[in-house]
Ligand binder design. Sequence first.
Ligand code: SF4
Length: 309
Amino acid sequence: MRVVLAQPRGFCAGVERAIAIVERALEKFGPPIYVRHEIVHNRHVVERLRAKGVVFVEEVSDVPPGGITIFSAHGVARAVVEDASQRSLPVIDATCPLVSKVHLEGQRYARQGREVVLIGHAGHPEIEGTMGQIPGKVHLIATVGDVERLTVTDPEMVAYVTQTTLSVDDTKAVITALKERYPAIVGPDTKDICYATQNRQQAVRALAKVVDVILVVGSKNSSNSNRLREIAAELGVASYLVEDARALNPAWVVGAGAVGVTAGASAPEQLVEEVVERLGALAPVELTVLPGIDENVRFRMPPELAATA
Ligand code: SF4
């Protein structure tokens, strides 16, 4: 069986930084360390950190007085920052700088007196954070149909921003519909979709051209992993989201000449290696990596941990 790996795949700079923040906080302050929400959307990462003494909570009210508190890579609403500050919790912010950039854009548009249309998926923590960072009216939409249903106060004073992990193609269609309906709208086009999301989507498109089945390593609640699987499926390739090697159903790859493997931005490379190993247990594997973009993005540590970097 030929197995082809997408390039790039797996960890992005924001995820690497968020995990490094938790590990350095553990070294510097010792356990327990409290993390609000899963630091990144990957069960294996969360379980490994939990074993080292990290306590995951959904609200800062669940952190005992004085507990070192880390905000996850997805970002948080202003209300969460204020809650933590009122409780005098020592906070380290692991929000990805690219998510923070979207917050700042949204805030700038709101200051200009514009209503902000946020393109993203309801219920995702990044969306809850971004909505709660933008003062004033924010409209959450996800589809072209939502654009038709939208009502704003002043069509001349509208702006949009997007979630960082959307499908580039779907988002382009939504932005085009917004521009048709509100010609005066301003926004960053698809630039808010982060480099890692764009690169992984481009890589899965290339992979879909050369394989019969695609396995996307990632957790069910990982937005960018789900988008990778959807893109492969839209291109007519059978595709499955697999949490890890155990989740791989051998029936999916029976008769496949070539199996493609990629991974969402929060999935560790070790899980990819284990999936390839499992494929190897089913049939002898000839492994290749598709040529693709080499990423060299790195983000700085927050000031509380910079000295330990
Ligand atoms: S997927 Fe993009 S926005 Fe999200 S953590 Fe990674 S680099 Fe940051």
